[in-house]
Design a protein. Structure first.
Length: 292
């Protein structure tokens, strides 16, 4: 058996990109059906469509090796960026898995459950998983003799019939938690505001920010960004992650990964990508030169 030719390697890459792209598009429709339409749930559709376009470009190159050099360069750059993304997604997923299995903090003064958009007035499966993890953290602290409060975080969006905090409080009440331990933070619209407003609400109840011990509950894909924000705010917090439903994993991890790149490690990743792309372009250009 001989070594596969350049065209055969490109055809294999085209097939892989096409299959992955169609799978992501199908997953996008499934996520929207379960969780409603939002930037997060639409992410698999966008990324999947991009992979399908990449597969089409690779197919053209494999079928016609005489395509312009700039076309080959562009497709090669897209493949390198895709590979770079996949490697970091794997590392990101490992980090999330670690936080999913962290033990709950027994000495917590407050259990802060970060919100995500409800489906009209009801709690989505994603938000329900966070609330269930929050209940578990509360029971652990209660059994250890602590008397923590539970802070439900999240304001009301333009397309939502109620605030996230209120929808979450109703979910907790339906599962037997006393409402006198629930604090509703109804004014935030992102994770940073969740945490800042939560600290303010706790201070109003006599729990100062410099002494409070917090368990922050979010989804496992969101723990890295939430943990970075707690460190930036100087909060004594342990961030724990709730499990994510299988159908939601691609959408959640893709969007959160892009958010982490944009907010925390932008310069380092831009430098790495720029160097890689420049080196690849130089290699391709050199290979395209006629022999002397």
């Amino acid at each position: 058996m001989g070594v596969p030719s350049r065209s055969e390697w490109i055809a294999v890459a085209a097939f892989g990109a096409g299959v992955a792209g169609m799978a992501l598009v199908a997953n996008g429709f499934a996520v929207i059906r379960h969780e409603g339409r939002s930037p997060t749930t639409c992410t698999p559709l966008v990324v999947g469509a991009g992979l399908v376009v990449l597969a089409a470009g690779l197919t053209v190159v494999a079928a016609n090796p005489r395509v312009p050099t700039w076309t080959t360069q562009l497709i090669a750059v897209c493949c390198v960026l895709g590979g770079y993304l996949v490697v970091h997604l794997i590392a990101f997923a490992g980090y999330a898995l670690l936080y999913t299995n962290l033990p709950d903090r027994a000495e917590a003064d407050a259990i802060v459950i970060l919100g995500c958009g409800p489906n009209r007035r009801s709690v989505t499966p994603l938000l329900g998983a966070r609330l269930d993890r929050g209940i578990r953290a509360y029971r652990v602290a209660e059994a250890a003799g602590a008397l923590p409060v539970i802070v439900t975080c999240g304001g009301q969006g333009d397309d939502e019939a109620t605030s996230e905090a209120d929808a979450m409080a109703r979910y907790l009440a339906a599962r037997g938690l006393p409402m006198n331990v629930v604090v509703r933070e109804r004014h935030s619209h992102n994770t940073a505001e969740n945490l800042e407003n939560c600290i303010r609400e706790l201070a109003l109840r006599g729990i100062p920010a410099n002494k409070v011990r917090i368990t922050v509950v979010t989804s496992n894909f969101h723990v890295l960004r939430a943990a970075a924000l707690t460190r930036r705010l100087g909060i004594d917090a342990q961030v724990v992650g709730a499990r994510t439903a299988g159908y939601f994993i691609p959408a959640a991890f893709l969007r959160e990964f892009f958010a982490v790149l944009a907010t925390h490690y932008r310069r380092a990743h831009l430098a790495a990508v720029t160097i890689t792309v420049a080196a690849l372009t130089a290699v391709i250009a050199n290979a395209a030169l006629p022999p002397r």
